[in-house]
Ligand binder design. Structure first.
Ligand SMILES: C[S@@+](CC[C@H](N)C(=O)[O-])C[C@H]1O[C@@H](n2cnc3c(N)ncnc32)[C@H](O)[C@@H]1O
Length: 402
């Protein structure tokens, strides 16, 4: 493989912004990619994937490179040299790589093979929490969560169907595979920048993990119903709910951030969705007004995000145990307050993109035992694991109000 100095330099700069300035990896990468309009899709892919890989394996690579935080520019170049060597490539003859101990780097990986925290590059506290929460499966799950996530599309059934979309993508030289368990999903055979296609700008599909596509469906929304999407964010699931409801009925999408709801609105226009109304949660009034009014509610709760580490590897370094403890309290508060909007006979789905029982089953159990939960019964629940199901990790539970 031939390396280009300006692309590795861009990677080093992106890493500097992520590790030293605390920027989110996706934002830092987006910003760096704007640097040179002459970069083609391969160049962009190289910068993005190399940066993500080094973020993912920060602890491992830093230990092999014998550098520690805060990283200076030379340290960051050393991290890139470890990446190149461990990928099995020859180091280019650039001055930044003079005197790189190639054999020591190769041996460094062997030394840590039996040390999970190092090999999988995770903070000590997270490894301990993972074992406590998941026991034996933690090892397989964290390994799977370090793999690169596939790109998955969700056909927007308001405008097309999976088979037609698949054909249209072939015309754009984008080959995809269908998946029996995920009826609206198309998994890209090879990574491609699908956001640049006209099919995307015309709203024929959304980019959405396959596991995530099960969540809106789990609520079993029907055309004409009144559904609340309580933690709607930028609307990934709200758009799916609308498509399943064939644009009929009403979806009330709420969040505590207006900026996210604005993005949701923008996405509804592209997707041809007409039945979503956004409401900012700035007091308890919004929920009070909707008491006992909804046929169904989706609570896609804020969480640790550990199930989607493959897409956000920097979360490993940004997450703190205190944050996870606090978010669990928020999850229970959200369940307690939003469950009131469900009418008798209605459904509630509680979902997270976490794989930890303390954010999932245990929250549902606690809710069902509480006063607010006394009228609800659990219908079904399931966890998707990256190592078992091949996509992101998710949890979903469906409850019914008596
Ligand atoms: C997992 S994200 C939602 C993702 C979104 N449903 C999607 O499919 O794209 C959780 C969301 O909950 C929102 N949130 C946090 N606390 C909330 C609260 N008390 N009420 C409503 N939304 C809240 C966050 O701002 C965040 O957008």
């Amino acid at each position: 493989m031939r390396f280009h100095h300006n692309l590795v330099l861009a990677t080093v700069d992106a890493l500097h912004n992520i590790f030293n300035d605390g920027k989110y990896a996706d934002q830092a990468i987006q910003k760096i990619l704007k640097r040179d309009t002459r970069w083609g899709s391969r160049d962009r892919g190289f910068i993005a994937e190399t940066t993500y890989d080094i973020v993912r394996y920060k602890r491992l690579f830093a230990s092999i490179a014998k550098v520690s935080e805060p990283f200076n520019k030379q340290d960051l170049w050393r991290l890139t040299s470890v990446w190149i060597v461990l990928k099995g490539h020859d180091l280019p003859a650039w001055e930044e790589y003079f005197n790189t101990p190639v054999r020591r780097i190769k041996g460094g990986l062997d030394e840590v093979r039996n040390n999970r925290k190092m090999r999988e590059s995770i903070p000590d506290w997270l490894d301990e929490m993972g074992v406590e929460e998941l026991g034996n499966i933690w090892e397989q799950e964290i390994t799977a969560l370090n793999e690169q996530a596939p790109v998955v599309l969700r056909a927007n059934t308001l405008k097309t169907d999976v088979a037609t979309l698949k054909e249209k993508l072939i015309a754009e030289e984008i080959l995809t595979t269908t998946h029996e368990r995920f009826p609206d999903a198309l998994v890209l055979n090879e990574r491609a920048n699908v956001f640049r296609t006209k099919l995307f700008t015309d709203g024929f599909f959304e980019v959405q993990d396959a596991g995530s596509q099960l969540i809106a469906a789990y609520l079993e929304p029907k055309p004409g119903e009144r559904i609340m999407d309580a933690c709607a964010g930028a609307g990934g699931k709200a758009l799916h709910l609308a498509a399943m409801m064939e644009n009929k009925g009403q979806i009330i999408a709420t969040d505590i951030y207006q900026s996210k709801l604005n993005e949701l609105k923008r996405r509804t226009r592209r997707a041809g969705v007409h039945n979503v109304e956004t409401r900012l949660i700035d007091s308890t009034k919004v929920i009070k007004k909707l008491q006992n009014k909804m046929d169904g509610i989706l609570i896609d709760a804020p969480c640790s995000g550990l199930g989607v580490l493959r897409r956000n590897p920097d979360a490993k370094w940004k997450l703190q145990p205190e944050f996870i403890e606090n978010i669990k309290e928020t999850q229970q508060e959200i369940l307690q307050s939003y469950s009131r909007v469900v009418k008798s006979g209605g459904r509630m789905v509680y979902a997270t993109c976490s794989i930890f029982p303390s954010e999932n089953e245990m929250q549902v159990e606690k809710f069902l035992k509480s006063e607010a939960g006394a009228d609800f019964e659990l219908e079904d629940s399931q966890t998707l694991y990256a190592h078992r199901d091949g996509f992101d990790g998710f949890f979903m539970a469906r409850m019914k109000k008596k």
